[in-house]
Each structure stands twice: as C-alpha cells, then as structure tokens.
Design a protein around this ligand. Structure first.
Ligand code: AMP
Length: 288
C-alpha cells in the first residue's frame, strides 16, 4: 500500500493508473476504521482495479470543537486494517494540505439544497456544507472514479449524490449496506466512546427501526410508523431521542399517506452516554 500526503502526488498516481486503463475505486473515510469501512473497501476491491482510500477528519463538518478533538485517530490500527483489506493507495492529507486558506465550507446550504436543512442538518447546522465541501475537494483530487459510501449515513449519501449531479462530477456513487454488531448496533467510529453498557443500550436504535418496519408491514400509517419507532426507543431510558421518522427516500419529506411505488426510509438519531448516534433502514427493516 502506498501512502500519500499531498493532493498533487495523489492525483498524479491515480492519473498514472487511469492512463494504464485501470479503474479507481475510492472510499473516503475519517479513519478509526471498522468492519463497516472494510465492507466498502472489499466492495471496491471486487469491482475496481485500484482501491484508493482517504483518511481525513474534516474540521468543517464538526459544529462542536470538543467533538472534533475527541474523534478517535488510531493511525496504526487503520493502516493495518487497510493493508489487510486490499487497499492500494492511502491519502492522509493534513488540514493545511486540504484547506490552505479555507475557513468556511465552499459549498453552502444553497448548493446542498433543502436536504442539508433537514434532520441531521437541523441538529448539526452547517454539517452537510462541510461534508459536501470536503467530498467535492476529494473527488476533484481523485478524478474519475467509482466512490463507495455506506447507507449507514443515508442523508450524507443523498447530499453527496446531489452535489455530484449539481457539479457534474465524473464520479459514480455506489451505496453499500450497513454493517452491524451481533446486537444490531450499526458500527460507527463513535461507538468506541460508549461503555459496554452503552453499546447494549444503543441497540434500541435498531429495535426501533424494526418496530417501524413491522408497523408498516401490518398496514400502519406514516404517523403510526413514527409512533412505533418512538415507543420502542423511549422504552430504553438511556437513549435521548432526537428524531424517529419515516420519510420518502428521495426527498426526505414526511409522507401523509403511504403510496405504491414510492420508496420510504426509516431514520433515527439520538444520544447515548452523550454520544450522538444515527441509524436508518429501508421500510422493510433491511439495510440495503
Ligand atoms: P466515516 O469514517 O464515518 O466518515 O465513514 C466513511 C464511510 O464509511 C461512509 O461512507 C460511511 O457511510 C461508511 N460507514 C460507516 N459506518 C458504516 C457501517 N456500519 N456500515 C457500512 N458503511 C459504514
């Protein structure tokens, strides 16, 4: 695995590979890698000639400076996982390398669209501007590629798709299923900040999603589906719920009634032990 710290070297190496006719599979991450990230890398490995991964903890997408400071950065663990998973090229730029003179997101919420102002955008103002800005810069440096993202961050995936469309970037976005632990907790770099008990409490997110799916299956209306999720989440006193809702998967709007041929998504977020966690599922409760 080759390591790169400057955007110029990264771009050159990937341009060289493309000039030999190789396809690039790109997996952007913030490090603290786990089996969820590994699944994206393995997916890229199966469908592309060169697997390129970036690790960059993006200050522009953190509202709370202490959240940024506490974000885990286990560099040796990450490098070992990447080598074992079949990564060819690792890009680990410094903040100065990525943002020599940017203090604020380049892409404002007008660019991200109304999507950036809903759910995670309400609770974390400016978050998606920061995400869209860093992903646009990374795509610019990486060049034409297939980019692999987790459904785990479903709203982020939608924002990235919209940004790629709006800017006409030569990037093919591939959505990958959410990987969970045996209790159903979606893997996340933030889980390392939970105690063993906290992880057990946080499995309530997944139970709430399954309760929403079961309610839909039994013919529940959208508000009944929301209530079923809330009820299950509220049954876990250690979980401070931010939202639990069913939305149209394309628009993130909350439906008044369910319609045939419209895709819906169950979204949930909240805090356990002061750690903010998000999860989601398809309306049938699956992670596809
Ligand atoms: P992050 O390092 O948290 O920015 O995540 C990098 C990529 O990994 C994003 O596309 C995430 O959606 C994806 N990801 C994070 N957790 C999981 C998971 N449990 N299953 C699948 N993909 C994930």
């Amino acid at each position: 695995m080759e390591r790169f710290e400057t955007g110029a070297q990264w771009r050159l190496a990937l341009d060289d590979a493309r000039s030999e006719g190789k396809t690039i599979g790109f997996v952007p991450t913030m490090g603290a890698l786990h089996e969820g990230h590994r699944s994206l890398i393995e997916r890229a490995r199966r469908s592309c000639d060169v697997v390129a991964v970036s690790i960059f903890v993006n200050p522009l997408q953190f509202g709370d400076p202490s959240d940024l400071e506490r974000y885990p950065r286990p560099v040796h663990h990450d490098e070992a996982l990447l080598s074992a998973a079949g990564c060819d090229a690792l890009f680990m730029p410094s903040v100065d390398e990525m943002y020599p003179d940017i203090k604020r997101p380049l892409i404002s919420h007008e660019g991200v669209g109304v999507l950036g102002d809903l759910f995670e955008g309400v609770d974390r103002p400016g978050h998606f501007d920061g995400v869209a800005t860093v992903v646009a810069l990374l795509f610019e440096l990486t060049g034409p590629c297939r980019a692999f993202f987790g459904n785990k961050d479903f709203q982020q995936l939608a924002v990235v798709r919209r940004m790629v469309d709006a800017l006409g970037l030569p990037v093919d976005i591939v959505a990958c299923p959410t990987i969970r632990d045996e209790g159903g907790l979606a893997l996340s770099s933030r889980n390392t900040r939970l105690s063993r008990e906290g992880r057990r409490h946080a499995t309530a997110f997944h139970r709430a999603l399954l309760a929403g799916a079961a309610c839909f299956e039994q013919g529940g209306t959208p508000s009944q589906v929301d209530d079923a999720m809330k009820q299950e989440a509220d049954a876990e006193p250690a979980l401070a719920l931010a939202y639990a809702v069913v939305v149209e998967a394309a628009s993130f709007l909350r439906p008044a009634l369910f319609e045939e041929a419209v895709e819906y998504r169950l979204l949930i977020a909240g805090e356990v032990e002061g750690v903010r966690l998000i999860d989601n599922a398809a309306i049938d409760g699956s992670d596809r």
